[in-house]
Design a protein around this ligand. Sequence first.
Ligand code: GLP
Length: 259
Amino acid sequence: MKVLILPDAAAAVATAADHVEAALARLPAAVLGLATGGTMEPLHAALAARHREGRLSFARARSFNLDEYVGLGADDPRSYHATMRDQLFSLVDFAPGATRLPDGAAPDPHAEALAYEAAIAAAGGIDFQLLGLGRNGHIGFNEPTSSLGSRTRVKTLAASTREANARFFGQGKAPPTHAITMGLGTILAAREVLLLATGEAKAEAVRAMVEGPLAAVVPASVLQLHPRATVVLDAAAASRLALGDYYHLVHPGGGPAAV
Ligand code: GLP
């Protein structure tokens, strides 16, 4: 795992955007794995800004998002479909039909999960996967005790995850109880992954992911097995890491910000 520690969230987001830009420069027709969550919002904004500036084109790329809530159709404003449309897809130049998320309104969510995994395989697999990190160590919606070899499937959401995500649902409205999510095995099969985590609330999950044992109770620790995983952190998210010597402290505009 390459761990990059930036002084603040804005610098961490810019570094993550640099990696996406570099991936698309290397491979304009990349299959991207995309993510949602509060952490991704400024990253999506940065990618849209770089597109407006002519630095970044998604015209030949395709994308698969990590997950979607079961029961929310693409037109539901709280769905990840709507989030991605608002934050990124409507602001950049993906070709029509080039972006995909699991269909949360599918009559048979289990069949939809299998079809989604098959569609990723048919696209040749994911070249570059973006990830956020749940406070309980989840990635996608792979909650603690998820099988480390799991593939896209329906998962029950932890109460703590529903609580953390309630802010996106408005007062008195709880998030759905289930989601369709890429599995940990699906994520591990991506050729390159980049996890972005910012803020003190993620510090314990970051410590367990990077320095703790590989364990299904910390799903993100599966990235210890990935040959090309980069973890981009701000100082707050990195604040509980003990093995400081092993990490790259990156100063924006200089330092070993290897992309
Ligand atoms: C959701 C998403 C995850 C994301 C996590 C963290 O649960 N399914 O993919 O990593 O939220 O969200 P945030 O960035 O809002 O803390």
